[in-house]
Design a protein around this ligand. Structure first.
Ligand code: NAD
Length: 506
């Protein structure tokens, strides 16, 4: 049985966790690949052997249907773990680079992949398992230790994670701290080697200010208003179904849920008709009675959403609109003809409300998107390549998905992250490993006389001959000169000089 009573850790426990994570990292035990592999395997077992418990926790926290838990949390988490297990050696091995000519003799150049150190992972409530385990995979694979701060807003999930991480993982390296703003503020007083935060932009600024005190690197996985632009010639039936799916999965509480729709007046009626049909197919005429439809996480978010729905000054509700506070229920709701500066268009909605804004054409839609913060995702619905290329070429966003919603998140080989106010840095697959790693530039030189002779032109006393030789060998020919001899001139001169030198020594 999961519990909603979450024990918040004390300052002393927080201190101990931060110290332990640092000491354990310094001890070096998290560095060998065998250790990392074992912890990753344990993480996989943790998910696999406790599927029912996790499903139960999410049912209690978010009324999440088990299919949504399996598809949106457990499979993606396991995929991330499997990907890391499959590629760990490849990601972690030194990467050789070809030295520049100035260092060509007796030199090896490498990028060593080193763990950043003791990391702090702060996660949110909407996909509490995947958004905690995902960054942990990166931290473990990279050889870091981590203190993990799950969201107090999903207490059943936080309790399950606290219990399972302690049972399955090395407790001296991966430690859960529970709490809210006060406890997180305490955690942020310590020096971390990387902070990975997922949540809203307001708190991200607090995190960034705290990180600045120690010049700690950051990954910020944030949100924003992700638009969906619909070409009036698009297949409205399929577009509507996929937008309805993206807007109602986890009751719209998804960072990459389509936040609003941009559509022409000509296409609007047909789209609304298809959207209505799509929501009915998903959850029947009364979604409140459907076991498949989620609930709003808590009263605070319920009131935030109800307020924005009822205080909006423009537009008309064309689908849904029903709310039930006792049940934390808000129906999938579509509001058409919303003004561009309406309350609904101020902040990320993060719930099942879908405003629709009329645009005159694609240029008008692009202009509107560009007048706002860069979104986390941008959705384009069109079979016309010119249309989608135009939108892609003229806008910015964390990601672009043409003709679907949400599914790019499942693509482990694509970096997941925002740009500007929607986030900083990215993860998933190798990017998760990279987020917690430092590429340490490493140059190893010989101490022999041949390489010393080759380097001698750099030393004082300076003279014009040395300068001429150095320029001849080191100065590049402009890349726009196409001839083979010119392009490879310095190599040819270098080979001749080195050949002569070698002959003398031999
Ligand atoms: P939340 O309330 O759970 O907060 C996230 C974390 O920040 C929690 O662990 C919480 O304890 C901590 N926190 C809250 N207030 C704090 C404070 N004052 N100081 C320090 N720490 C504090 O989650 P949320 O922020 O409501 O999450 C929703 C937001 O997160 C949305 O904007 C959504 O788009 C974004 N999000 C982004 C992603 C992504 O991967 N890019 C994923 C999920 C959610």
């Amino acid at each position: 049985m999961t519990s909603n009573v979450l024990h918040f850790h004390t300052d002393a426990e927080i201190h101990k966790a931060a110290e332990t994570a640092r000491q354990t990292f310094r001890s070096g035990i998290t560095k060998p690949l065998k250790y990392r592999r074992h912890q990753l395997e344990q993480l996989w077992r943790l998910v696999d052997e406790n599927t029912d418990l996790i499903i139960e926790a999410l049912k209690k926290d978010l009324h999440k249907h088990k299919n949504e838990t399996v598809l949106g949390e457990l499979i993606p988490a396991k995929e991330e773990i499997n990907d890391a297990l499959e590629h760990l050696e490849e990601w972690a091995k030194d990467e050789k680079v070809v030295p520049a000519l100035v260092n060509r003799v007796g030199v090896t150049c490498l990028k060593r992949k080193e763990p950043k150190g003791a990391a702090l992972i702060i996660s949110p409530w909407n996909y509490p398992f995947f958004l905690t385990i995902g960054p942990m995979v990166g931290a473990i694979a990279a050889g870091c230790t981590a203190v993990i701060k799950p969201s107090e807003v999903a207490p059943h999930s936080a309790n399950v994670m606290t219990d399972l991480f302690a049972r399955y993982l090395d407790n001296s390296a991966y430690i859960v701290i529970n709490g809210a703003a006060q406890e997180t503020t305490k955690l942020l007083e310590y020096k971390w080697d990387h902070i990975f935060y997922t949540g809203n932009g307001v708190v991200a600024k607090i995190i960034m200010r705290a990180a600045a005190q120690h010049l700690t690197s950051l990954t910020l996985e944030l949100g924003g208003k992700s638009p969906a632009i619909i070409d009036e010639h698009a297949n409205m039936t399929v577009a509507a179904k996929r937008i309805a799916f993206g807007k109602s999965f986890n009751a719209g509480q998804t960072c990459v849920a389509p936040d609003y729709v941009l559509i022409t007046a000509k296409a609007q009626d047909k789209f609304i008709k298809e959207l209505k049909k799509a929501f009915e197919e998903l959850y029947s005429k009364n979604p409140q009675t459907s076991t498949d439809y989620g609930r709003i996480i808590n009263n605070r978010h319920f009131h935030r959403l109800s307020k924005v729905l009822h205080e909006n000054k423009s537009g008309e509700i064309v689908i849904g609109g029903q709310t039930d506070e006792k049940d934390l229920y808000i129906a999938p709701t579509v509001i058409a003809n919303v003004d561009r500066d309406d309350k609904l268009m101020e902040d990320e909605l993060f719930g099942p409300l879908l405003p629709m804004i009329q645009v005159t054409d694609v240029d008008d839609a692009i202009e509107y998107i560009n007048s706002r913060d860069e979104p986390l995702a941008l959705y384009i619905f069109s079979s016309n390549k010119k249309f989608s290329n135009k939108v892609m070429d003229s806008t910015r966003s964390g990601a672009i998905l043409v003709n679907d919603t949400l599914m790019h998140v499942a693509e482990g080989n694509l970096p997941f992250g925002g740009t500007g106010p929607s986030g900083m840095g990215s993860y998933h697959g190798k990017k998760s490993f990279d987020a917690f790693s430092h590429e340490r530039s490493t140059m190893v030189k010989d101490l022999n006389t041949v390489s010393e002779a080759a380097m001698s032109v750099r030393y004082a006393p300076y003279n014009d001959t040395n300068l001429k030789v150095a320029r001849l060998v080191l100065e590049s020919v402009p890349r726009f000169k196409k001839s083979f001899v010119l392009k490879h001139f310095k190599w040819i001169v270098f080979a001749i000089i080195f050949g002569i030198g070698f002959k003398r020594f031999a």
